[in-house]
Design a protein around this ligand. Sequence first.
Ligand code: ADP
Length: 298
Amino acid sequence: NERERSFLVMKGPYRHGDGTVQGVIGVARDITERKRQEQIKDDFLALASHELKTPLAALLGYIYLLERWSAKNGFGDRVDHALAAMSHEGKRLDRLINDLLDVSRIQTGRLQMDLRTIELRSYVEQVLVTMRLAIADHPIVLIDDADRELPCLADPQRLEQVISNLLTNAAKYSSEGAPIYVELQSRQHSIEIAVRDTGIGIPEADVPLIFDRFYQVQRPRRESRPGMGLGLFITREIVRQHGGTLGVDSREGAGSRFSIQLPLAAETIREVTLDSSSIAHPSAQSIEWTDRRRAGSG
Ligand code: ADP
C-alpha cells in the first residue's frame, strides 16, 4: 500500500514536579523509507541466492561427470587434483548459498519443517557416521546417557544440518586432533543433545550475540576462521521450529558446549495455526507447539 507508513514510537509518562502523572509524552519517527530499504535488501538476498544456485548446480554436475570419466580413463594425477579442488570449492560455495537462502526463508517465514517421528539415538549414530567422514581430523566421541528409546518429532534433514553446523564449529574453533563430544541425555519430558569441544571458547561479552545474523566474534588473526556468521542464526531457528531451545555454555580458552533441548514426541501436539499473514501467503504457515505434559506423568 503506497499510502501506508511505518512509525517508530517511543512514549513515557509526563510527570508533575511531585511525581504524579500528568500525561504522556513521546516521539514518533517515520521509518517508512528505512523499512522500504530493508525490504529491497531482503528481496535482493532472496533473488541473488536463488539465481546463483542454478549455474552452480550445472557446474557441480559437470565436475562430477569429469571425475567419473577420469576414474575410468585415467586423465592423470594433475587433472584429478584439479577436479578434486573444484569439487571441494564448488560444494563450499553451494553451502554458502544455501545459508543465504535459509536466512531469506527465515526472514519471510518460509523456512518449512518436514516433521516426522524419528528415534533419536539411532538417528544421531547414523548422522555421526557421515560426520566422521566429513570431519576426519577430529575424533567425534558419542556419550550416550539415554536409558531408553527417544522418539522425537523432527525434520531429519534439518536436524542433520543443526548437528553438522555445531560439529563443524567445534572443529573450526579447536586445535587439530582435539576430540569433540556429542552427549545424549534423556530427561523426563525432553531430550538433550549437546556438542562439546575443548577449543578456544567464546568471550563472555560475545556469548549473547553469537546467535545474531552475520555476527562473528572478532578474534586475533591466527584464531579467526572463514565464515559469514550465519550458522548459529540458522541453527537456532531450526531448533526453535522443532519446539526446542538452543543454548551455550562457554569459557574462553577452555571450550564450548552447545546444547539442544528437544521435546519428546509423546509430549507434543502439533498445531498448525493459520494467522492472517499465512492466509495472504498460504505457503507461510506458522507451526506452533503445545507442550501437553501432565504433572506426574512420564
Ligand atoms: P561462523 O562460524 O560462520 O562465523 P556462526 O554463526 O556459526 O558463524 O558462529 C558465530 C560465531 O560464534 C563465530 O564467529 C565464532 O567466533 C563463535 N563460535 C561458534 N561456535 C564456536 C565454538 N564451538 N567455539 C568457539 N567459538 C564459536
